[in-house]
Design a binder for this molecule. Structure first.
Ligand code: KG4
Ligand code: ZN
Length: 393
């Protein structure tokens, strides 16, 4: 089986082609994997604006798709064929009228391509930025209609959960990654989400805790902005904090650990962000300069606070639900201090903490293809497929 996977939930346009072989022991292979990141564009504006993200996806998705087909060896020679019938062109035009950049390219390029040997199209339908999600969904719908390929809607968060099962740099893999055991407890931390998810088996998930306000990555980004560091702020804060740690700097103050004693597995990061704001304001009032060292100290104290809460809550949930492994996912799971702290805490319970390969911590389409393999297809030409910004897992 060959799966075409499409991801446009935030600021990466990503397309992959996975192939799955074998009867009992399935062998997965990544035939192609392309990502067009919008990070440089959003950096200029200090964050992701949904309508800007949508326009970029709409411009980039077809060139990226052609590259993906080429990488997978599925693109034959592009020759002009007899044009689509007018009523079919009208149908596609209606379907893509909100993505004019994509529409023009779709009508120009897709009729030239021989239908590739693809058995299903997996597409992220939520959660994420709705205008951005719609680009991937409408592209998938239009392709599905043109080539009569079934569509499988995918929850982006399931993709992040499964991303730990995809090994680094190995084109072919099975789903028996070393220390991965079920039930697994998954800590999903990104710019839009902070959730603890209990996974009983692939496809059976329960969210046992989540943020009540800002996501962990969002808190990193906002605190970075307060210190005039570029977007995305997570890697910047983490770099400053690592530098401080490695040079023996300790913070002379501590930020609060919000909701640590709440007795549940929920999070709240907006108060912590405000504490940093007050700290910066007090510094300014007393004429203290925001030197590189002062930034390092704040980054260190902030990162310690966030990770302390993330790790303690995750471990408490792991104990409560008898988790046999801990898995992490999402952009913040690239954080070194989180990896070290969570790994050490899991070891005390005699279980492993598993992290995705670094390039798969951020949004990608391989994880969407994998989730799509386990998903169920919707009828061809389905009008039911809609973007769901706050889709639960
Ligand atoms: O999963 P992701 O690429 O996109 C979504 O939000 O879906 O996550 C991006 C987030 C950003 O908030 C970024 O600042 C954060 O992940 N991030 C980090 C690190 N690398 C990325 N946060 C903390 N430490 C890092 N090393
Ligand atoms: Zn994500």
């Amino acid at each position: 089986m060959k799966i075409l996977a499409i991801e446009t939930s935030c600021d990466e346009t990503a397309i992959a082609i996975l192939s799955v072989k074998g009867l009992l022991k399935k062998k997965f292979s990544v035939e192609a994997h392309q990502v067009a990141s919008q990070i440089e564009l959003h950096r200029k504006y200090g964050g992701v604006f949904p309508m800007m993200a949508k326009r970029e996806h709409s411009r980039n998705i077809i060139p990226l798709f052609l590259e993906t087909l080429t990488e997978a060896g599925l693109l034959g020679s592009l020759v002009s064929k007899s044009p689509w019938k007018l009523n079919f062109q009208v149908k596609i035009t209606k379907m893509l009228e909100r993505e004019p950049e994509m529409l023009v390219q779709f009508l120009e390029e897709i009729p030239k391509i021989d239908r590739p040997n693809i058995d299903r199209i997996a597409v992220t339908v939520g959660p994420g930025l709705e205008p951005a999600l719609w680009v991937g969904i409408n592209f998938a719908k239009a392709l599905s209609l043109a080539w009569k390929i079934p569509l499988v809607p995918v929850n982006h968060m399931e993709g992040h959960v499964l991303s730990v099962l995809i090994p680094k740099n190995e084109k072919e893999f099975t789903l028996t990654k070393g220390s991965f055991r079920l039930p697994a407890l998954s800590l999903l931390v990104s710019g839009g989400h902070t959730e603890i998810v209990l996974m009983k088996k692939i496809g059976a998930y329960a969210v046992v805790g989540q943020t009540r306000d800002d996501a962990a990555g969002e808190a990193f980004d906002k605190v970075a902005r307060m210190m005039e560091l570029p977007y995305p702020g997570g890697p910047e804060i983490s770099r400053l904090a690592e530098h401080a740690r490695s040079t023996g700097v300790t913070a002379s103050f501590a930020f609060p650990r919000p909701m640590l004693g709440s007795g549940d597995f929920d999070f709240s990061f907006s108060g912590l962000k405000t504490s940093v704001l007050y700290h910066l304001r007090d510094m300014k009032k007393s004429g203290e300069e925001l030197t590189e060292n002062a930034k390092g100290e704040i980054a260190l104290a902030f990162e310690d606070a966030v990770i302390d809460v993330l790790v303690k809550k995750t471990m408490a949930a792991a104990k409560k639900y008898g988790a046999k492994s801990i898995i992490a996912g999402g952009g913040v799971s690239a954080n070194k201090h989180l990896a070290e702290t969570l790994t050490a805490a899991a070891r005390q319970l005699d279980i492993a903490a598993i992290f995705p390969a670094k390039e798969l911590t951020t949004d990608n389409a391989i994880m969407i293809g994998l989730a799509g393999y386990f998903g169920t297809s919707v009828p061809l030409d389905s009008q039911k497929l809609t973007a769901r910004g706050t889709m639960p897992l």
